[in-house]
Design a protein around this ligand. Structure first.
Ligand SMILES: Cc1ncc(C[n+]2csc(CCOP(=O)(O)OP(=O)(O)O)c2C)c(N)n1
Ligand SMILES: [Mg+2]
Length: 631
């Protein structure tokens, strides 16, 4: 049994350890653990970083002296945060990584990553260096000065994108700040980016830290139960429902509630659809699984949603992609029950709020409605939609075109090639919509999509974070040419660390997604293709970037393919490779997987000289009439 210390030495003085602020942080972080369902985890598994004068002598010194928190050298600070968040997502938020940066640009490079982590509700601890607290040598290199205050630095930019923000001006502030940061990070309802700004001089200052502060601490991740009266009300609503629908969001996965959801769906026959973050909550072939819902949804899920009289949202924040910009639910008297750890999300759509952990609340709801089953006709409709979608997705997977081949075919080939234990990683462009519909997910965690922020550049860095969290899985990173050009450099880090990634780069010479969107808004796709300038426009030849050579130059094994057969052979070769590989496949820019039974609010110019824009505006005005408020 662990000794409980009185915290005092024999002579009555508190036991302390003289450490620098940076050394104390590194010692403290190593001793933070979380526990859920009787399993205990080290919460901070390592520290990703790039050193500069703002952290090398402080945090850098501490990490070098104490290798207990393993250091990983990255190539771009934004990518560090992506990797840390992807790591946390892979572990269902039970473990995460710390990110250290220098001051100035090193710090602000992390702001985009912080926003991404906070939006996706993923814990990451950011330790940007900051300007001198002492101030006498200001302005220091990379300091942004203000004539109106000395109490500001570029690190204030982290405030709106962090769930916790602090600046350590005196060593003893750590004693209250660090535990508060870990409380927020380990809170299922509050989690996101926690940012602790560390002035360069303060990092190196010594202080007598109480030994108790540095002792092992275990944070219990609770499975909170919901309010009993609300549960009774919710059960009444379910019993009265003719056309209920369950929406599985990311919260189902983070709570590891897939089995509970599967049981509820099977016992009641209530169909389940999935958001991007919730995809994989149920296996693709589960009898109640309707697949993706919303803008990028399947026909069955969207028709059932349109007609539903009761929507039970679990762990979803109802983004516009899920609600089809508030047009998805059209039944005049549709009502909502929301199961969510976060009160903020639970109250959306004027729902009955079951504020609690998804797994226990699903179980309690099932108990409260025991005996309830949807009518036979409704169950039959759900299974007809399932069969129809199997046929339609099979058709898209099976489209065979001469090169350049279609994205649907590429997705089908990769999906068939990969195994249940593999992980597919993606984030931005036209692939997320296609994958949401088409990818046949076989286990929770097998589908890793960053679509809260849909941040171009996440893919390779995120894939690395996934691999670091669970190296026994093969990781398949699906990345567009646009995203690759934004952030490919962590290929080098993957080789440095021996974490293998299977990258598949779909080269359609530009932004197919935004090109399609531009056209659907009545425009001509200006600025969405990678072509040489010709006069005022980009109408010259395609700019032939040699992506295979680019990936090879960073150290990856790479190859270029044009047909489906070549792709299959390349995937097999990549699998045999011991290190990171990149398979570059040219795909058609304008052969897109269609949308089904849904709509997305992207406002169209109210006045224009273009006939196609005017027509798009008329369609838009019509479609917007379906947007609803729920009171
Ligand atoms: C950092 C960032 N900048 C801009 C966007 C807006 N955006 C969304 S998709 C996209 C194009 C992506 O191009 P590519 O990766 O080639 O994918 P494709 O659309 O061709 O499938 C852009 C510019 C974004 N999501 N993220
Ligand atoms: Mg592209």
């Amino acid at each position: 049994m662990e000794q409980i210390s009185s915290g005092y030495s024999g002579d009555g003085k508190p036991m302390t350890k003289r450490l620098t602020v940076a050394q104390a942080i590194i010692a403290f972080l190593q001793n933070q653990f979380v526990e859920r369902d009787g399993r205990e985890y080290h919460f901070f598994e390592g520290c990703l970083g790039i050193f500069g004068h703002g952290n090398v002598a402080g945090i850098g010194q501490a990490l070098e002296q104490d290798p207990g928190l393993r250091y990983y050298l990255f190539r771009n600070e934004q990518a560090m945060v992506h990797a840390a968040a992807a790591f946390a997502k892979t572990t269902f938020r039970m473990r995460t990584l710390v990110c250290t940066s220098s001051i100035g640009p090193g710090a602000t490079n992390m702001v985009t990553g912080a926003a991404m982590a906070t939006i996706n509700r993923l814990p990451v601890l950011l330790l940007p260096g900051d300007i001198f607290a002492r101030r006498n040598v200001a302005p220091v290199l990379q300091q942004l000065e203000s004539p109106s205050t000395q109490d500001i630095s570029v690190n204030d930019c982290f405030k709106p994108v962090s769930r916790y923000w602090d600046r350590i001006e005196r060593p003893e502030q750590l004693l209250s700040s660090l535990p508060e940061a870990v409380r927020v990070l380990t809170s299922p309802a509050e989690t996101g980016a926690a940012t602790i700004s560390l002035p360069q001089d303060v990092q190196a200052e010594a202080f007598d830290f109480p030994e108790d502060f540095l002792r092992k601490r275990v944070w219990r991740i609770p499975r909170n139960r919901c309010d009993a009266a609300s549960l009774t009300r919710a059960a009444e609503w379910v019993r009265g429902a003719k056309r209920p629908l369950l929406i599985a969001g990311g919260g189902v996965l983070y709570s590891e509630a897939s089995e509970a959801l599967s049981k509820l769906a099977q016992a009641t026959g209530i169909p389940v659809c999935e958001t991007q973050a919730g995809k994989g909550s149920l296996a693709f072939d589960h009898p109640q699984q309707l697949g993706a819902v919303g803008v990028t949804g399947t026909p069955g899920a969207n028709i059932i949603a349109r007609e539903a009289d009761l929507v039970i949202g679990i762990g979803t924040r109802y983004s516009d992609f899920t609600t089809a910009s508030k047009t998805a639910f059209q039944d005049a008297s549709v009502r909502f029950i929301n199961i969510n750890v976060s009160e903020f999300d639970a109250f959306k759509h004027a729902a009955v709020t079951l504020v609690g952990d998804a797994r226990v609340t699903i179980g309690e709801l099932q108990h409260a409605i025991s005996g309830y089953k949807v009518e036979v006709g409704y169950a039959a409709k759900v299974s007809d939609f399932r069969l129809a979608w199997e046929k339609e997705s099979g058709r898209i997977h099976g489209i065979r075109k001469n090169p350049p081949i279609t994205q649907g075919e590429v997705i089908g080939i990769i999906n068939d090639f990969t195994e249940a234990s593999d992980v597919m990683v993606c984030a931005a462009g036209s692939m997320p919509g296609d994958l949401h519909k088409l990818w046949r997910t076989r286990r929770p965690g097998g589908y890793h999509m960053e679509y809260g922020y849909s941040c171009m550049g996440y893919e390779i860095a995120g894939g690395l974070g996934v691999k670091m969290a669970d190296p026994k899985h093969e990781v398949y990173v699906l990345v567009g040419d646009g995203s690759y050009l934004m952030m490919a450099q962590e290929i080098v880090t993957s080789l440095q660390e021996g974490y293998k990634l299977n990258i598949i780069l779909l080269d359609n010479h530009g932004f197919s997604s935004i090109g399609g969107l531009s056209q659907s808004c009545g425009n001509e796709g200006m600025g969405t293709e990678y072509r040489y300038r010709k006069g005022d426009q980009y109408k010259g030849d395609v700019i032939a970037v040699d992506f295979a050579a680019n990936a090879a130059s960073l150290g990856a094994w790479s190859t270029r393919v044009r047909t489906g057969e070549e792709l299959k052979a390349a995937l097999a070769e990549a699998r045999r490779q011991p290190h990171t590989s990149a398979v570059v496949v040219e795909t058609a820019f304008d052969q897109r997987v269609p949308g089904y039974e849904s709509w997305w609010d992207v406002p169209i110019a109210e006045v224009s000289e273009s006939e196609s824009v005017k027509a798009a505006r008329r369609r838009y005005d019509q479609a917007r009439k379906k947007e609803r408020y729920f009171f």
